[in-house]
Design a binder for this molecule. Structure first.
Ligand SMILES: Cc1cc2nc3c(=O)[nH]c(=O)nc-3n(C[C@H](O)[C@H](O)[C@H](O)COP(=O)(O)OP(=O)(O)OC[C@H]3O[C@@H](n4cnc5c(N)ncnc54)[C@H](O)[C@@H]3O)c2cc1C
Length: 245
């Protein structure tokens, strides 16, 4: 069996960019470039000298049109096995085994009907960012709202890019839910995501969302999805991606 059969290829770390205290972006140059869809992920596989292997999934943050380099943003889980390796050991020029693109359910296409509701918890913003980037690059005007839950203003991944996107004429509506600090903008929230917040978010859209994408830790996804269903959003329009925890 060749590598092409298994889907594994070697990807080289081309750049490492810290984004927040706990999340760093890694740009990988692909040996065999592919075109992914916004929302998809890849698997990374690490092999120790004694042949022990560890594999984890990471969503692709870059828009599909960004060429032979993909961006992954990895949150450091202090007690974890793989994410601390990337934060503390991985260096530009390292070769990493990568497989993908993977996943056919948690994907958005620019031609999909709107409105579009995006709910991100912490690093769960990553696949939603690929959707927002593609939406921007292709000039899509679908009414869109991102509600992003993070610990504090400085913990919001891609914060400045999100603010700039939201300031465009056809940019998405943007709300932050900050659990460990007061909101800096009047429209944001200083608490964890809850049903009242989601009810206000739904009211900002011109019509009920045709699609909702929720991504983050298990607890975040369960809370957000249950609340949306209780607010009358049809379950079959809600797509979820659980990162663990
Ligand atoms: C489809 C998919 C896409 C993903 N995309 C991303 C991504 O873009 N960025 C990213 O940072 N992670 C992403 N993840 C999570 C990632 O795959 C790993 O689970 C994560 O990096 C932790 O791996 P680890 O080896 O460091 O920790 P592990 O050794 O696997 O876990 C150590 C401990 O931490 C807990 N834990 C694991 N993940 C979390 C979490 N998110 N929050 C709280 N506790 C946790 C575990 O339950 C365990 O007790 C994704 C997961 C999936 C399934």
């Amino acid at each position: 069996m060749t590598d092409a059969d298994t889907g594994w290829q070697t990807a080289r770390i081309a750049a490492i960019v810290p984004q927040t205290a706990e999340i760093t972006s890694f740009f990988f140059t692909l040996e065999r470039p592919f075109r992914h869809r916004a929302g998809q992920h890849v698997d990374l596989r690490l092999t120790a000298p004694d042949a022990y292997q560890a594999m984890r999934s990471y969503s692709i943050a870059s828009a599909p049109d960004d060429g032979s380099t993909i961006e992954l943003s990895i949150e450091r889980i202090a007690i974890g096995e793989v994410s601390p390796f990337f934060h503390e050991v991985a260096a530009v020029g390292d070769d990493i085994e990568l497989r993908g693109p993977l996943g056919g359910h948690f994907v958005w296409r620019p031609t999909d009907a709107g409105p579009l509701l995006l709910l991100g918890g912490g690093s769960g913003l990553v696949p939603l960012m690929a959707m927002l980037r593609q939406r921007r690059q292709q000039g899509v005007a679908t009414p869109t709202l991102l509600l992003q839950a993070s610990r504090s203003w400085d913990d919001v991944l891609y914060r400045d890019e999100l603010l700039a996107d939201a300031a465009r004429p056809d940019g998405p509506l943007l709300r932050f839910a900050l659990s460990r600090s007061a909101p800096l903008r009047p429209e944001d929230y200083g608490r964890r995501i809850d049903a009242a917040m989601l009810s206000e978010a739904l009211a900002l859209l011109p019509a009920p969302p045709a699609m909702s994408f929720i991504c983050g830790s298990n607890g975040f996804v369960n809370t957000a999805a249950d609340a949306l269903v209780a607010l009358g959003v049809p379950a079959d329009t809600i797509r979820t991606e659980r990162y663990g925890g």
